[in-house]
Design a protein around this ligand. Structure first.
Ligand code: THU
Length: 133
């Protein structure tokens, strides 16, 4: 079993890498592969705002580029008081790349964590199976 608190700490650490001059909203993520590696991500904004990429996706794409295709959990951290949930686009990307069983660890401003299955955050999701019918 992985250490959810440790993964949350890695997400908080990754937040410092955010490039967010437009929103000033810094987000960090830490994605744990089944092989035990942790991939950190942070949001990277763009002056053409729509080209911004979220922390969760930078972590997921980096992990895939490094050859990982099986994942256990992702932790997400921001500077919000309440638990920071992943946006809809990231839920879809995580569902495709990491699967619906992924554990999603949310953190709040008090350093507390709350864990969900991705399937709870993205029920009745679109996926590759629909492309086969
Ligand atoms: N952001 C993330 O990195 N992850 C999310 O799940 C929510 C939003 C980023 C995108 C943008 O740089 C900033 O937060 C404000 O939306």
């Amino acid at each position: 079993m992985f250490d959810a608190k440790e993964l949350a700490r890695k997400a908080i650490e990754a937040k410092s890498k955010a490039v967010a001059p437009y929103s000033n909203f810094h987000v960090g993520a830490a994605l744990l592969s089944s092989s035990g590696r942790i991939f950190q991500g942070a949001n990277i904004e763009n002056s053409s705002y729509g080209l911004t990429i979220c922390a969760e996706r930078t972590a997921a794409f980096q992990a895939v580029l490094e050859g990982e295709r099986d994942f256990e959990a992702i932790a997400i951290a921001g500077d919000t008081e309440d638990y920071l949930p992943p946006c809809g686009a990231c839920r879809q990307v995580l569902s495709d790349l990491c699967g619906k069983n992924l554990e999603v660890i949310l953190t709040n401003g008090k350093g507390e964590i709350k864990t969900f299955k991705l399937s709870e955050l993205l029920p009745f999701s679109f996926g590759e199976d629909y492309l086969k019918s």
